[in-house]
Each structure stands twice: as structure tokens, then as C-alpha cells.
Design a protein around this ligand. Sequence first.
Ligand SMILES: [Zn+2]
Length: 289
Amino acid sequence: MSAPQQRPPAAINAMTVDVEDYFQVSAFEPYVDRAQWQDLPARVDANTGRILELFEARDIRGTFFILGWVAERWPQLVRDIAARGHEVASHGWQHTRVSTQTPQQFREDVVRTRALLQDLSGQPVPGYRAASYSIGRAESWAWDELAAAGHSYSSSIVPIRHDLYGIPGAPRFAFRTAGDRLLEIPVTTVCLAGRNINCGGGGWFRLFPYGFSRWALRRVNQRDGEAAVFYFHPWEIDPEQPRPQGLGARTRFRHYLNLGHTYGRLQRLLADFRWGRMDDIFLPEAGRR
Ligand SMILES: [Zn+2]
């Protein structure tokens, strides 16, 4: 008689939030100048507050990749995120894609943002995520800069083919880079018929029915035996956000698709899986400060 099968403990996946406002997304760059940002009605503070309440209600701790621009204007938000037990991480200063910066510009941006976030949170900031996952094949130099600036990990690539980002053929799961000084942790994809499909959040979470996300993340946990990395933005739970005029059709479609469903889907996602912080899952040897 065989012993009863022991069920493996449910995997812990990383829940991440990219803390930026609706007008700061890369797709709006042709329509909204950075100089206008300070004059637009801000929603990021209130929307992130709703996310903190949502996580609190389910006793979930996650990682918040925060823009320096946001941290400078809402310092209390950063302190609040840290005080509630979440990981504070960097999303760069003002959402400039890596691919449009020189190494020196990138270095200054990364150093300035990390210093502010460490000051406000009172904690080391090991994590970084590039605006729009903009570390592509031609930007591998950015990993060296991140390591030199003191970051221990980056979550800045998606191993898919896409018009705006992605490194097709890159590893689907965490790998060491920058001469072993940095861990790159890609956003999660599911491999179907040899093709990687994004199941780690953002517009894809709004596009596909929720059942697909749940199936895909379970497959990653069970078949690949890996932790998933999921991300979303505060503006994605805010269907009432102001809508800038003159946006192109594709941008409108991608940005506004199913915004009214996101909050409900997130509630299901939070209940269906176990979630944690990036540093706890991927840097356990570093230990929590
Ligand atoms: Zn972003």
C-alpha cells in the first residue's frame, strides 16, 4: 500500500504594482508632454490607497515599483507602503524607456530614484523595473548600470515578441546577469505550442477572460514548478480616470479595455493564489532587513 500522496505546498507568487498615473504610460508619450504632468488631475495617490486596502483585507504583502516623480510628490504614500510591510522598489524617475537613454542618463536616473526611495522608506531598495519593460537585446548594458547603482534584481523584460517591448527567446524565468551581480526576473509567460504568451498582468490580464489567467498561472506553478510574477497599475482599477483627447485608436483600445472588470478580477486572483514580495521570493538568502 502506498503512502497517501502529500500535496506540495501552494506556490507563492510575486504580486507587483507599478505605481504611476494614467497619463504617464509610454503609449501616451506622443499625446501628453512630461511638462504637462504636474497640471493634470492626479489619481495615483487615491488609486494606490485602494490597492493598499485591498491587499490589507487579504493580508497580502507585495512589491511596489514606484516612480521617483510620484515619490517626490506623495512622500507619505511611499512611507505608508513601507509601513504596511510591502517592498518599496524603483520604477525609474519619470518613466523614460531605457532604449531612449544613454548609459549616463540612465545611471543618473536610477541613482536619483533609488536614493529618494531609500530615504523615504528607510529601507534598502534592491529592486528595479524599467519603464514598459524596455530592456531589450540592445540594452543589456543597463543591467551593469543597475548592479553598479546597488540594485540586486531587475524585473524589466518580457520574453515575447511585441511591437513595443520584449526579447523573444530570452529565458522565461529568473537568470543571473551583469557578471553574476544582478538577478533578472522576467514577467511571467506561459509557453503554448512553443510560443510564449504573457500571463503576468497588464493589458493582457484585461484582454483575456479571467479563467485564462488562472489556468496559465497554475500551469506555471505546477508544470514549470516556478513562481509567477504578476503586475498591474493603479490606473487599471479606475474606470473614471480623465481621458486625454486625441489618442490613437490602438492606444485607446489598449488603455481602456475592460477597466471596469479589473478590480473584480484582481479580487479573484488574490483569492485563488498565494502572494508575496519579490525580495522574499527571489532573494531569500538576503533575508528581510
Ligand atoms: Zn510603468
